[in-house]
Each structure stands twice: as C-alpha cells, then as structure tokens.
Design a protein around this ligand. Sequence first.
Ligand code: ADP
Ligand code: GN1
Ligand code: MG
Length: 355
Amino acid sequence: MIDIVIKNYFPNATSYNVKPFGNGHINDTYKVEFENPSSTYLLQRINTSVFKNPEIIIENHLRLQNEFSKNNHSLAIAQLMPDNNGKYLYIDNSGGAWRLTTFFKDSYSIEVVDENWQAYQSGVGYGWFVKESQFLNTSDFQEPIKDFHRLTFRLNQLDEAITNNIAGRLKSVEPIVRFFKNMEKSLVQIERLIDKGDLPLRIVHNDTKLNNILFRNNTVVAVIDLDTAGPGSIINDYGDALRTSANNAAEDEKKLEKVSFNLNAFRAFSTGYIQQVKTVLTEKEKIYLYRAPVFMTYIMGIRFLADYLNGDIYYKTAYSEHNLDRCKVQKKLIESMESHEDISKRIILECLKAN
Ligand code: ADP
Ligand code: GN1
Ligand code: MG
C-alpha cells in the first residue's frame, strides 16, 4: 500500500527508503528518503477515527502556511506538498487519508526536558506560533475536532465511560475517578471565561506537547503537528505545553515518585513563551495564565482515564495499563503543580514585567 501512496506523489520514483517514524499517539508517520537527488519527506496517514473530516486539517494547514509565508522567520512549520494531481489530501483505495510534508533534516524531538534551554526554546516555539497567528480570523478556521479542549465535553465523556464501564475496569480505578470528580468545579470557571469571551478565542496550536517541537542542535527550528490548530484559548497552549515541558518525568512514567512539577523548566518555558506573546496578551489572559497548567493537565488526565475505561479505543497504547499509567502521571503532576501555584504566579508576573 505504502508504495502506491508514494507513487501518487512521485510517479517516477524507483529507489527510496521508507520507514515508520516518531512517537505520536494518533497518526501513522513515515519518513521517506530519496537518493539522487537526495530529498526527505514526512508521509502521514491521518487517523480518520479521530479526525472524521481530514479536509479541515488540510484547509487550516494551508491557511497557516500562507500566513507564515508573509514574513521571514528563523522558525518554521512544515509545508504541505501537493500530490501528482495537485491535491494536498490523498485518499487511497481503502479510504486511508494521506498527506505529505517537508521534513526538517537533522532535527529531533524530545519527550522530557532535562536541560532548561530545552524548555526555554519550546516556549519560544509555541509563543512564536501564537504571535504569528494573531492576525488570522478565527471564523476562517473550522475545529478539526469539535470541543477538543472543552472541559465540560470531556467531563461528559468521562461520565459516559463511567456509566458504561465497557472494559469492566471501573472498580480498580475508583479512587482516581474520585480525585478527578472532586476537582471539576474548581476548573469550570476557566471554561465560563472562555464562553463569555473574557478569555478570547484566537488561532492556537491546541496540541503543544513537548514532542511537537523540533530542535536542531540547541535551538528550536519548527513547530509541528498542526492537526488540531485552529480556534482556541491561549490557556490551551500554555497549559498543555507545561504539562509535558515542566514535568520531571515522561507522560507515561511508571515510577510515580519521579513525577513532579519542574519549576526551573516552568520558569524557562514561561520566559521564552511570554517574551513572544507579551504584546499579544490581553489583561485577562495575563491574570489567568497561572491556572492553565492544572486546567490542561486535568483535561488530559480525564481523557486518558475515559479511554482506559472505554478499553483503549482512542490513543495508541503499548500495553494494557498504558492509559492508566498516563492518567496517574497527570494526577500526580496536578498535585505538584497546585502546591507550586503561588510561586508560578510570581514567575509569570516577573516574565510579564521583563523587557
Ligand atoms: P502525531 O499526530 O501522531 O503526534 P506528529 O505529526 O507529531 O504525529 O509526528 C510524529 C513525530 O514525527 C514527531 O514527534 C516528530 O518527532 C516527527 N516529525 C513530525 N513531523 C516532522 C517533520 N516535518 N520533520 C521531521 N520530523 C517530524
Ligand atoms: C495526542 O498527536 P499527539 O500524540 O501529539 C492528542 C493530544 C494529547 C496527546 C497526549 C488529536 O497528541 O490532544 O494531548 O496525545 N491529540 C489528539 O499525549 O487527540
Ligand atoms: Mg505529535
């Protein structure tokens, strides 16, 4: 199959090397390398159980591509490449949806920050993305997944998973379910602020985990994985980025004692991010940024939990307790973030005051 797909983009190609690539939880990703002349691309089969209308992803990506091409940048997003018929989305005979993009050579992504510059550079990357998107009209974009970061939507999904208990796993996770249920009221306020427009909708990335940043040597070179980019709150991006960039351990770490909020990484990320977006932020956004890490870590925690209860139907998992391990990490991280919230607020203020 993959050869037929490659032929669709490169009808004359004879010699190339194609191999699975990356650590994403959603799409199937391949690196395609040609010799003579040497060139490399990233080929992806879009997960259409997750993205029911992949055309939306392509339209949003092309809009971003067009906007970002207006200025010269030291940072980049991947460019969509047309197929042999000039189309950016290719549907194969079995209904698989494919896209091809440029590949950032000699770049790498990471799963955990172990040096502060990595957090700083990620902050620069994701802040740059929002800054460069500031003049885009949110109504020109469609949501690739409706209500993607809407807390009440995710809470309803969790409630449904609890009621149905399809995989028969509820009994074993009751204390964890209670932890998340006990917290929900304290977070719904953020959603109300978004609904009222107090926290504005803008074009944001919406999937700012650490491994969606590409580094070359010690510098950020690209912001990738634009599948969910579209209308959203800055709370989504800032919070979700810190969920992975300011965790001392991996998203699925089994040894929970390793999981804690990395305050130095938080400071470094916030410095880079706020440098970029300072002039773009509204006063209300500045006030509520501090709550974003807990808000987004909570949303991911209940999504992993719901998927565990549903029998692992959404995220790619490597073993049967994988989603539960991910959920436990989010819980531990929320506890650690909350105990650092006062100092986090002060750090954000310092970043906002800095020149
Ligand atoms: P998923 O949606 O499944 O997370 P991604 O688009 O994030 O898929 O790609 C998976 C991984 O592939 C990334 O974490 C990164 O390491 C690598 N990758 C993605 N796009 C590129 C690119 N344009 N150039 C180089 N590496 C890339
Ligand atoms: C998925 O595609 P990937 O692996 O970057 C998910 C994110 C979650 C993340 C958790 C479309 O991101 O929302 O935060 O896993 N993307 C989608 O690791 O659901
Ligand atoms: Mg990704």
